[in-house]
Design a protein around this ligand. Sequence first.
Ligand code: SF4
Length: 151
Amino acid sequence: MRTDSKCATSSSWPLDAQNLWNRGKVLLADEIIGMLSREIAPLEPVPDPDPRAPASEYAFADGIGRVGFIASVSRPFCLNCNRIRLTADGKLRYCLFAIQEDDVKSLMRSGASDEDIAALIRRNLAGKWEGHEINSAKFVPPPRPMYSIGG
Ligand code: SF4
């Protein structure tokens, strides 16, 4: 069993197409853990062997199963992020929340050399930031909704 705090409410993920996201409506991971612990069985954290894995796993004390939380808003894990993303339309993104992206497909279709493509990938990676800043005034919602990024 796996759940995801980013899916806990219909407007709890800031990559929604309608731009309805509002941090005040987010159901935080601790709240979900508290609810599940009260309604099903106490949840206990499972030691995480890989700090880069996005999900924090918990096990129900009665042994019924586990739940994984990807609590990217209430417990950001960006500082451990080693991911980049290539979208279905050939854009390279250093973050789900990237404001800018690089057009790898067009570069490849134009006959660019491997060195040129490698340089673009390096440039994109160099732009990788410390995190999404959702919890600060600096946060800028990205223009593309999640479905168009392939997340
Ligand atoms: S840096 Fe971006 S892609 Fe990585 S965990 Fe944070 S929000 Fe997600």
